[in-house]
Unconditional design. Structure first.
Length: 243
């Protein structure tokens, strides 16, 4: 591990000084972890996600601190296994899991934030052990994933043959009319699940899985355009894709 840290390109630029264990390198590692946690926290906060600025910063800091303690034990007591870092990263995974939310439409929310929170902890541990280059590369790739990938993912999902919708009808009796329109458009209904919470309201609320069969729809229409067209039906209160 020591040799691997010594080979770190950023560390080599300082002739190995950054791999030393002194007050200044400790400060640098903690400050880097703080900045990375704050950066991820700001990115998630501005998009109004469950874990925000302080949570990400704390996760990065306690991971970096745990890694520093493990480095100290390894240097002074010969403890080779980073037990504290492993425990802290595992704790970060548990915290990340607790950020997941289940919406009334059976959707899992906060999954990206949970994974980003866990990753922030691991990156903090990387800085704490002195793996500067690995930490910085991970940060850059993570930001590309968080900011560029959603656009690509949305385009691919919006053009796929399969999608699921949340549907609210003014009356359950309108379901027959809706399924008729769906089939005429060239869509196949794979599954319909009624939401029992609305049984006594008179409304018909469903989660419906659809497959695009029509070659015309596959070629020219996206999910967004299909849903916009269906939303014009007078007996629909709400229709939207479940992501």
């Amino acid at each position: 591990m020591k040799d691997f840290i010594a080979m770190d390109p950023i560390n080599q630029l300082t002739n190995g000084w950054l791999s030393e264990f002194n007050i200044w390198t400790i400060i640098i590692r903690l400050v880097l972890a703080f900045l990375i946690g704050a950066l991820f926290g700001f990115e998630r906060s501005r998009k109004r996600h469950t874990a925000g600025f302080r949570t990400f910063t704390f996760v990065a800091l306690f991971s970096a601190t745990a890694a520093l303690v493990d480095v100290h034990f390894a240097a002074n007591y010969g403890e080779a296994f980073p037990a504290i870092t492993a425990a802290v990263v595992l704790g970060g995974a548990i915290i990340a899991g607790n950020t997941l939310l289940y919406s009334s439409k059976n959707q899992i929310k906060g999954l990206t934030t949970a994974v980003a929170l866990w990753l922030t902890g691991i990156i903090g541990a990387a800085f704490g052990t002195g793996l500067y280059t690995a930490g910085i590369i991970a940060v850059v790739l993570a930001f590309i994933t968080l900011n560029a990938m959603p656009k690509i993912e949305f385009y691919m999902k919006n053009r796929s043959n399969h999608f699921e919708i949340h549907l609210e009808l003014k009356s359950r009796n309108d379901l027959v009319n809706f399924t008729g329109v769906i089939r005429k458009l060239g869509l196949r209904i794979d599954d319909i699940e009624a939401n029992p919470a609305y049984n006594n309201t008179g409304l018909g609320v469903y989660s419906i899985s659809l497959t695009i069969n029509s070659k015309e729809l596959k070629k020219y229409k996206s999910h967004t355009e299909i849903i916009e067209a269906l939303s014009t039906l007078e007996y629909i209160n709400c229709i939207e894709e479940i992501n």
